[in-house]
Design a protein around this ligand. Structure first.
Ligand code: PHE
Ligand code: FE
Length: 287
């Protein structure tokens, strides 16, 4: 591996990828293309098209960055794997998306607990072509630097998890995917929209920040936004008093529903309020 710089970036070494690695990319890419045409949100599909991301193999980050930079001022920087939180936030705050370079092995096509280049590039980067989402990610980076100073990183990390990684969006055509953790997973792309087991709840900032998550299985709960502007507006206020407010409340398990939760009604997707009440609910005082 090339030298690791003080900001944890490395060279991608695009020439060093083997034919097998490019072949794994193509396999993943083609499989997700088929699944996502009817499941991913429009903004994602537009971004993917705009980038021309590479059905033919692992893309060179420099080519992608040039296109991305023109669209929204973001660039991709190569990193060796997960980087320290403050380093990650500092990159986002400067509109630089840290991407891993390695690709999963053929026997790991379906689930990986750590990000690889397919997740980072095919999952995250297309949405950075969208101006509102691009601003949200920068604001998240700035918010991360602040949250770590305040000791509330766990709550902010949940917001990232349930939006950037596993978010769903309500559209005229029905529920669609925008979370990268879903977009890069064949099984979850199908499960998150069609399976009766997981709960799909209207996005509410404090609710999300209180909800724990699992990194080793399909999600039990998804939060549904109306559009990226709603997400950006809901997260614009200073979180300092909000962190303090919810620090007094218990964390929530992903399997639990609250009285005030508004379930997304798949039968009536345009309904802005409500959703039928199904299943056991707990009042906030019980949990
Ligand atoms: N408004 C948040 C804060 O004050 C920053 C933020 C914006 C965090 C968008 C996440 C997403 O900390
Ligand atoms: Fe990710």
């Amino acid at each position: 591996m090339s030298e690791i710089r003080p900001d944890f970036t490395i060279e991608q070494d695009w020439r060093g990828y083997s034919d097998e690695e490019h072949a794994i990319w193509r396999l993943l890419f083609e499989r997700q293309q088929r699944l996502l045409a009817e499941r991913a949100c429009r903004e994602y599909l537009d971004g993917l098209r705009g980038l021309g991301v590479a059905a033919h193999g692992i893309p060179d980050f420099r080519d992608l960055s040039d296109i991305l930079d023109k669209a929204t001022g973001w660039r991709i920087v190569a990193v060796p794997g997960l980087v320290p939180d403050d380093v990650f936030f500092a990159h986002l705050a400067r509109r630089r998306f840290p991407s891993t370079c390695f690709i999963r092995r053929r026997d790991q096509l379906d689930y990986l607990q750590e990000p690889d280049v397919f997740h980072d590039i095919c999952g995250h980067v297309p949405l950075l072509m969208n101006p509102v989402f691009a601003d949200y990610m920068q604001a998240y980076g700035e918010g991360g630097l602040k949250a770590s100073g305040l000791g509330h990183l766990e709550r902010l990390a949940r917001l990232y998890w349930y939006t950037v990684e596993f978010g769903l969006i309500a559209t005229e055509a029905g529920l669609r995917i925008y979370g990268s953790g879903i977009l890069s997973s064949a099984a979850e792309s199908v499960y998150c929209l069609a399976d009766p087991r997981p709960r799909r709840i209207r996005f509410a900032l404090r609710r999300v920040m209180r909800t724990r998550y699992r990194i080793d299985d399909l999600q039990q709960i998804y939060f549904v936004i109306d559009d990226f502007q709603q997400l950006f507006d809901a997260t614009r206020p200073d979180f300092t008093p909000i962190y303090r407010e919810i620090a007094a409340l218990p964390d929530l398990d992903p399997g639990v529903l609250l009285e005030e939760d508004r379930e997304f009604d798949c039968a009536n997707p345009s309904a802005k309020i409500g959703g039928q009440k199904i299943g056991p609910r707990m009042s906030a005082a019980q949990v």
